[in-house]
Design a protein around this ligand. Structure first.
Ligand code: DOR
Ligand code: ZN
Length: 412
């Protein structure tokens, strides 16, 4: 007897029965496989896809509860069909020591609605890197002012078996007339310092130039990866200016229309490894004071589906690839994978920030019509979103080490 059986069209495949036991997908078959305690039958306008894993999320909290809390941010992720998030360390205070990693893990363990992984920030001393990893951080994240320390810190992360993520923009060029070149310059400098086996992820790549440089280097050095965010693909500076004026600020900045068109073509050719929201919520007042970034967790999956009309591509880039990068058996509707699943409905709705669960309200995507909606979300086979309410279940810390294949097991 299974715990749950879901019947319906599976993204990229035919109508199937997906049977779940102890939180895992144990069977996917055209025929009904036997009895189950509960059953879910999708309508003809719905399909089933894996839940997403978002590698780039700012959950704030600590001294910035006004902008977002772990609770509101992760609830917003669940409502958006995302069941695993990787938190960023530029909190107040920063997560840049083993002690702060422990503190962040404690907070996430008690308040998170999603499974979670942690980036640690650049520490005062390189010796702290391994300690931050031992305390639970899967990766080190470097911001533009810290890129001078890249080489030394990369040695530490490699030694510790930890991943590295970089915001690659030449600090001195940000905000100048040469700002669109800042990424290419920083990317080239970093690429000169990586080795064959360096595990380096380029965060929110924003220019076609930066992306092609990374793609070229990736063919030689094995473990280079890059994220792309919704606003750099589907928004440009001019359009954002018309829609939200001065509050359009984000780092890296929005670029030209021709750049985002090039980026979209690159995305369709499969150049980027991961789609990541860079959910960066601020209060409206802070946005008017110049704080950079937008909330995006609640609509990233529908937006990506709407703009590409290609659920299989979305499942690879936003579900399977980021989960695999984190060592998780998640992100596919397949036997042996965790039953983190989303029922997507083909119906129109409009992005309305006033209705967000997130505390962030300012996004240039407000008012856009989405053609795909998140109808239902399962996490380890349990309902965590029924189309209206988000509910809490057990969550785990993801440390980035490859997971042993074990039934019912979740990442530790
Ligand atoms: O736009 C951004 N917002 N870029 C960053 O690098 C930081 C982020 C934030 O924390 O708000
Ligand atoms: Zn960010």
């Amino acid at each position: 007897m299974f715990d749950l059986a879901v019947y319906g069209r599976v993204c990229g495949g035919p109508k199937s029965w997906v049977s779940v036991e102890e939180g895992m997908i144990v069977r996917v078959s055209r025929e009904r496989a036997g009895k189950s305690a509960a059953e879910m039958v999708l309508s003809d306008s719905q399909f089933l896809m894996p839940a997403a894993t978002d590698l780039h999320v700012h959950l704030r909290d600590f001294a910035q509860k006004k902008k977002e809390t772990v609770e509101t941010g992760t609830k917003s992720a669940i409502a958006g069909g995302i069941t695993t998030v990787a938190d960023m360390p530029n909190t107040d205070p920063k997560v840049d020591s083993a002690r702060m990693v422990e503190k962040r893990v404690d907070l996430l363990r008690s308040d998170s609605y999603t499974d979670f992984a942690l980036h640690a920030g650049a520490p005062d001393s390189p010796q702290e890197v391994a300690k931050m990893h031992a305390a639970g951080a899967f990766a080190l994240k470097l911001y533009p002012p810290e890129l001078g320390g890249f080489h030394e810190l990369l040695k530490e992360t490699s030694r510790a078996g930890m991943k590295m993520a970089v915001h690659a923009e030449e600090f001195a060029l940000i905000g100048t007339e040469s700002a669109p070149l800042a990424e290419g310059v920083a990317v080239r400098k970093i690429l000169q310092q990586v080795g064959q086996r360096s595990d380096v992820r380029f965060a929110h790549v924003s220019t076609a130039d930066g992306a092609s440089e990374i793609a070229r280097a990736r063919r030689i050095a094995g473990r280079l990866t890059m994220e792309v965010s919704p606003h750099h693909l589907f928004m440009d500076e001019e359009m954002a200016d018309k829609r939200i004026g001065v509050t359009k600020k984000v780092n890296p900045s929005l670029r030209s229309r021709s750049n985002s068109a090039k980026m979209r073509r690159m995305m369709l050719r499969g150049i980027f490894d991961f789609y990541a929201s860079d959910h960066a919520p601020h209060t409206v007042e802070d946005k008017f004071q110049g704080s950079p970034g937008f909330p995006a967790l609640e609509f990233s999956l529908p937006l990506f589906l709407t703009k590409t009309d290609d659920p299989e591509l979305v499942a690879r880039m936003y579900c399977e690839a980021p989960a695999t990068y984190l060592g998780l058996r998640k992100g596919r509707v397949r036997k042996g994978y965790t039953a983190d699943l989303v029922v997507v409905g083909r119906r129109d709705w409009k992005i309305d920030p006033e209705k967000f669960v997130s505390k962030g309200r300012v996004t240039p995507f407000a008012g856009e019509t989405m053609r795909y909606a998140i109808d239902h979300v399962l996490k380890a086979g349990k309902t965590v979103f029924d189309g209206r309410r988000v509910t809490k279940t057990e969550t785990v810390l993801v440390t980035g080490r490859p997971q042993k294949s074990s039934r019912g097991g979740v990442s530790r």
